[in-house]
Design a protein around this ligand. Structure first.
Ligand code: 1CP
Length: 341
């Protein structure tokens, strides 16, 4: 049996204290990240520079000795790897050339994907050779629906109207895009496993904006295929799903996809999750990231309640979404010490 706490949790073991890592644990709240970021050039230059990407992945591990490191990259390297134009404008978020026509899909370079993403795979390989022996390596990708929204909207969105319009008005075009993204995700995650990733997390950050039927069709179904194909090829791989905002559909998601772990956003009621989800999968989450920025006793109390309610079963302490840039690093220290107390 492995000594890595994260892998033991994902194998169904209950541990006290539970393993802990945080979404966006590498990033702008850390001064040492901002320094590397400034010397890297653009954000994508950082993602494609194995020396620097390895360094920023290690930074939070050095500070907090987390039980897992997550590959430093972004979900939008997949559209970039397929040949779309992707850039990150300072303070504005991602900018992509929107997809709207069948000819846009004809231009997607599926054959070139893994060649273009070779620097990211090199980062995974170097991480698997350099992380502390107690620290598990998490690879990741965006789920097809969430990546599709960025490709169709051309960036972030408030109401996802263009994505929903394509979903309902051009169903064949939308289905073809989703099929390409599903296959690209499987190929990319398989390559991460070959490079040394021990756990894979799929971020479906915008699954919560889909109505019930569309959630089943475009969040759950692609994930069923992704999990089945990766597990058929790599039986030991552990997979965590994060269908943010799924609400009551969290249960359908866990049952249908057969994920090993399920990452909960901060709105999911803890007792409901302990009763309805924890018998089926290892739970991960779900502190409100703003609470970590706030710190103090409000944070301590939330941590204690989280451990009391979810700590009786297989559990990974984490946040309900990524750390925000204004978080004081000492609050993260307080959080980790409280969990490990
Ligand atoms: O200049 C910078 O430093 C840019 C900030 C930044 C960072 C640090 C972006 C831009 N991405 C990342 C890294 C990142 N992104 C990681 C690294 C590993 C870690 O967690 O430490 C991961 C796992 C992601 C995943 C990601 N990117 C998601 C899924 C998780 C989530 O936050 O919901 C999404 C939606 C993105 C898109 C993205 N990347 C960056 C921005 C500003 C955005 C847009 C977010 C939005 O639309 O609200």
């Amino acid at each position: 049996m492995t000594t890595k706490k994260l892998l033991r949790a994902l194998a169904g073991e209950t541990q006290s204290p539970p393993p802990v890592w945080l979404m966006r644990q590498a990033g702008r709240y850390l001064p040492e990240y901002r320094q590397i970021r400034a010397q890297a050039g653009t954000f994508l230059d950082l993602c494609y520079n194995p020396d620097l990407a390895v360094e920023v992945t290690h930074q939070p591990i050095r500070r907090y000795n987390f039980d897992a490191a997550i590959l430093f990259s972004d979900i939008l390297v997949v559209p970039h790897g397929l040949g779309r134009t992707v850039s990150f404008k300072e303070g504005e978020g991602p900018v992509l050339t929107p997809i709207g026509l069948a000819t846009d899909l004809d231009g997607l370079d599926i054959q070139g994907l893994l060649t273009r993403l070779q620097p990211v795979l090199e980062t995974v390989k170097r991480l698997s050779q350099t992380l502390p022996s107690s620290c598990a390596l998490i690879g990741f990708a965006g789920a097809p629906w969430t990546v599709a929204t960025y490709m169709i909207e051309g960036g972030s969105s408030k109401d996802f109207a263009a994505s929903k319009r394509m979903m309902w008005n051009q169903p064949d075009l939308f289905a073809r895009l989703m099929e390409i993204l599903t296959d690209a995700t499987i190929a990319y995650l398989g390559a991460q496993v070959e490079a040394g990733a021990e756990v894979l997390q799929l971020f479906d950050s915008w699954s919560g904006i889909l109505p019930e039927e569309e959630f089943k069709r475009w969040s759950i179904s692609p994930m069923v295929k992704i999990v089945a194909e990766l597990k058929a090829k790599y039986p030991a791989i552990k997979i965590v799903g994060f269908p943010k905002g799924a609400g009551l559909m969290y249960r359908n998601y866990v049952i249908d996809t057969k994920v090993d772990g399920i990452s909960l956003d901060w709105t999911v009621p803890l007792e409901w999750a302990a009763e309805n989800l924890q018998p089926l999968a290892t739970l991960q989450g779900n502190l409100d990231p703003i609470l970590v920025a706030v710190g103090g006793e409000a944070l301590d109390q939330a941590v204690d309640r989280l451990l009391t309610v979810l700590g009786k079963g297989p559990f990974i302490a984490n946040l309900g979404h990524g750390i925000i840039p204004s978080t004081p690093p000492e609050n993260v220290d307080r959080l980790v010490k409280r969990i490990r107390r």
